[in-house]
Design a protein around this ligand. Structure first.
Ligand code: NAP
Length: 328
């Protein structure tokens, strides 16, 4: 019998249940994928908390690596036994096996293990978007990266650095700071849990010779919003791409002008990979960077799929450096 994680009510990690989930044969255009490694992302926590509308009981998870186990009618170009991965809706990757649209699958090259694929695909493609479509290189090399030791943060630090960026990371512990420095950050500012971000902008200004950063990548949200705006150079960009500490406030356009003709953007991964062609092109860039050693996902821990609730609690506790992977 197939099993999956689902939730009957939104709430804390305890709402996640391990249930039997009978699986029909794959329909036309679908493939049965036996998941071998499942990526845990902060968006899964937002879903569980009910920040995005879901129909209950709801399955969970956007990404997994696995093996093709069966082909529905009309599927071409894929074979039983082939290694694949997916990183998109509908949710339901927290499962032993599932059916998925063939045209949204990515073939896995031999250079990427299943664990690495589950750790790097969602977070790495988000990083690809942030580096190639969001980063304002024309504003100079300095970039501020919040949650720099997180799953996205470490990859972003490394890729920006590789592209000539000068990264100032923000983390909550000295141990995390070491991990971020190892990915190439020029400076790392430690703001402990419960600490204030009020002095952050002054430190950033000092590190950048009074200028400020051209781009601030902010996935923390509410707690860091003001500090991010104040850290920007004139005409700088605040790329607000997450809300780990809560939703950021509404933007006053006049206020952006007053603070230095600033720009604010809300980049979203799903817009970046909106078509199968865009997904495959970005995945190719990512796997090439991985094969060349430019990017390697740091896996904080692997946990059994049944313990998805504990994995969520771990990620929410801010104790992780890099990615958490679930194993069915
Ligand atoms: N827009 C998009 O398309 C997109 C796509 C993927 C991910 N994201 C966002 O990117 C962020 C990173 O995702 P991830 O999966 O790689 O997670 P992660 O960075 O591994 O974990 C979140 C990190 O946020 C920091 N944080 C700061 N304040 C926090 C708080 N109050 N509660 C919890 N964490 C807090 C923690 O680092 P410190 O303890 O070091 O501060 C924590 O480790 C998330 O906000 C996610 O929503 C956005």
């Amino acid at each position: 019998m197939n099993h999956r994680i689902q939730f009957q009510a939104t709430g804390g990690p305890e709402v996640l249940q391990w249930v039997e989930a009978p699986l029909a044969d794959p329909g036309p255009g679908e493939v049965r994928v036996r998941n071998t490694a499942i990526g845990v992302n902060f968006i899964d926590i937002y879903q569980r908390l009910g920040f995005y509308p879901v129909t209950l009981p709801a399955p969970l998870g956007f990404e997994a690596a696995g093996v093709v186990e069966g082909l529905g009618a009309g599927v071409t170009g894929l074979a039983v036994g082939q290694r694949v991965a997916y990183v998109d809706g509908p949710t339901g990757s927290y499962a032993e096996a599932r059916n998925y649209s063939a045209h949204r699958l990515v073939s896995l090259p031999d250079t990427v293990s299943d664990d690495q694929a589950a750790a790097v695909l969602f977070k790495g493609l988000t990083t690809h978007m942030l580096v190639h479509r969001v980063w304002r290189r024309e504003n100079g090399p300095w970039a501020l990266v919040h949650a720099a030791a997180g799953g996205v943060g470490l990859l972003l630090t490394r890729w920006l650095t590789h592209e000539g960026g000068r990264v100032i990371g923000v983390v909550s512990t000295p141990e995390k700071a070491k991990a971020v420095e190892a990915e190439g950050a020029e400076a790392v500012i430690v703001v402990p849990r419960g600490g204030s971000y009020a002095g952050l902008a002054a430190e950033v200004k000092q590190l950048t010779g009074g200028l400020g950063v051209g781009t601030a990548f902010d996935s923390t949200g509410k707690d860091t919003w003001e500090a991010s705006l104040d850290s920007l150079a004139p005409f700088g960009l605040l790329a607000s791409f997450g809300r780990a500490s809560g939703a950021p406030p509404a933007v006053e356009l006049v206020e952006l002008g007053r603070r230095g003709s600033l720009a604010v953007q809300r980049p979203t991964f799903f817009n970046h990979i909106a078509t199968p062609e865009a997904l495959r092109a970005a995945a190719k860039d990512l796997f090439d960077a991985h094969a060349q050693g430019i990017l390697t996902a740091h896996i904080h821990t692997r946990m059994p799929l049944k313990e998805a609730g504990a994995a969520h609690a771990l990620l929410e506790s801010r104790a992780t450096t890099g990615a958490v992977v679930l194993v069915p």
